[in-house]
Design a binder for this molecule. Structure first.
Ligand SMILES: Cc1ncc(COP(=O)(O)O)c(C=O)c1O
Length: 477
């Protein structure tokens, strides 16, 4: 770049800002990377350090750069002209049966192909997970507990692991007794047991809209009805809409993902969590929360689960290590609260026991102290990947696209310009060797035909960049 050295300071700093923005837009500088040093850029562009400082200050204000103490400026995000976040839609508040069956099968069979660029499934890339460390821990555990490793580990599960999970909650202010921690085969079994413990065929379950499709599938298979509650793309399930539904319908349970939900990535503010805890207590219903993404926050502190505000013992919390450690180990848990006996009975009746060795391995890995170090790296990787994907979508998708800006997790929800149909986009993308998840899966009412979910579970690469460019061509403007 040539910077005119004769201009005024304002003019100069603007040119420096545009130079840095250009580097980000071309992908030369990526989110998470360190921006050139003040001195280096001043020398390179032949401007004063204070001009570069001023340019960096303005980029910081626009959310493009961020200072890390004692380390300099880092690229943090997109410039202001990033696509806006999706609009919140009022949903029709009527309980209904969920009917998806074959649609799920088709989509998952097709998308489960390793040859395909993986923007579909919300699965962390194995490269980001501590495979070797976990394997070492599992080997150690198998050596130390050779008999336990091959024996049944009956519910509620491995005592040491249940204590470790309870301790982790204590670290962010949630008091949990190990006695109410039931180890499950992933969060999916936790959600199943929670629903089995509280609901019977024909009961109505309030869910977010859009919501995680496996929840809808469970509701379908269990013969339950779903009522979708208005959900804000940034703040999650709306307490007022929930209140209205609780007042006008016979709802058995509310199911929500309060921290970085799937697919919106919404983070429910503490005041809403408190209000929802209060509402379920007032109406005598159970709240089932899925906190599987809670540890994957990008900034600040670990957001609390709703359980923290549950004074009436109405909340069941489900989670797992699937998004942070090893989805294949299938180690999850339920904080069953006052429902612990029901949950245990269902667990005993349906799966008898959770596999022993994965529990021993995860417990040993937690004991080693490596988990928190790994989580710090993982959060940073997801933050960078999500920001980079937003940048790519901003660059390659047609005008009229809207995209979420989550503060945690690793999925993005994209509202496509009018005229695009998610199933058509899904099929055309697959033909081009790319998987995405069609929006239609995230609602019992088959709304969100104009939306897709993009997973950022894999590190940015040329292949992923080319795939997003191709998706942009598939979408019509
Ligand atoms: C919100 C949510 N809950 C649960 C799961 C599944 O968790 P697990 O693999 O532990 O059963 C997922 C995975 O995509 C999810 O997004």
């Amino acid at each position: 770049m040539t910077v005119s050295t004769g201009g005024e300071q304002g003019f100069l700093y603007d040119q420096v800002s545009r130079h840095v923005l250009g580097l980000i837009e071309q992908g030369t500088l990526r989110p998470g990377e360190r921006a050139p040093s003040l001195r280096g850029l001043s020398r390179q562009l032949k401007v004063s350090i204070s001009t570069v400082k001023q340019a960096y200050g303005s980029l910081e204000e626009r959310g493009v750069l961020k200072v890390r103490p004692q380390s300099g400026f880092y690229v943090s995000g997109l410039p202001q002209q990033a696509p806006p976040v999706p609009r919140r839609h009022a949903v029709c508040c009527k309980p209904r049966k969920v009917r998806f069956g074959e649609l799920f099968e088709e989509i998952f069979l097709l998308a489960n192909n390793p040859e395909i660029v993986p923007l579909g499934a919300a699965v962390p890339s194995p490269d980001l997970l501590p495979g070797k460390g976990l394997l070492r821990a599992t080997r150690r555990a198998a050596g130390l507990h050779a008999e336990a490793a091959i024996d049944y580990c009956f519910p509620p599960g491995l005592p040491a692991l249940r204590r470790q999970i309870a301790r982790r909650y204590a670290e962010f202010g949630v008091s949990v007794s190990p006695d109410e921690v039931v180890i499950t085969s992933g969060a999916t079994e936790g959600l199943t047991l929670a629903l089995q413990a509280v609901a019977r065929r024909g009961d109505v379950i309030a869910v977010e809209s859009p919501t995680y499709f496996s929840v809808l599938r469970l509701i379908e298979r269990m013969g339950l009805l779903a009522v979708e509650i208005d959900t804000d793309p940034e703040t999650g399930m709306d307490p007022e809409a929930l209140e209205m539904a609780l007042e006008t319908m016979d709802i058995r349970a509310v199911l929500t993902v309060p921290n970085f939900n799937n697919p919106l990535g919404a983070l429910m503010p503490v005041a809403h969590k408190q209000r929802i805890a209060q509402l379920v207590a007032e109406h005598g219903v159970t709240l089932i929360e899925d906190d599987i993404y809670g540890d994957l926050y990008f900034e600040g502190e670990r957001p609390p689960p709703i359980r923290r505000f549950d004074e009436a013992g109405r909340v069941i919390t489900c989670s797992s290590f699937s998004k942070t450690l090893a989805p294949g180990y299938r180690v999850g848990w339920v904080l069953a609260g006052s429902r612990v006996d029901d949950v245990l009975e269902w667990k005993q009746a349906t799966t008898s026991a959770t596999a022993s060795l994965p529990q021993l391995g995860v417990s040993e890995y937690l004991r080693s102290g490596e988990y928190d170090r790994h989580l710090r790296r993982l959060r940073q990787a997801f933050r960078d990947q999500v920001e980079h994907m937003r940048l790519l979508v901003a660059r390659h998708f047609p005008p009229g696209t809207r995209i979420t800006q989550p503060a945690g997790g690793f999925v993005l929800w994209v509202e496509m310009p009018r005229g695009n149909d998610c199933l058509e986009v899904f099929h055309n993308a697959l033909e081009a060797g790319i998987s995405i998840t069609p929006g239609i899966l995230f609602s019992a009412t088959r709304r969100y035909r104009n939306c897709i979910r993009i997973s950022c579970g894999h590190a940015s690469s040329d292949e992923i960049e080319a795939a997003v460019e191709k998706l942009g061509q598939i979408l019509s403007g």
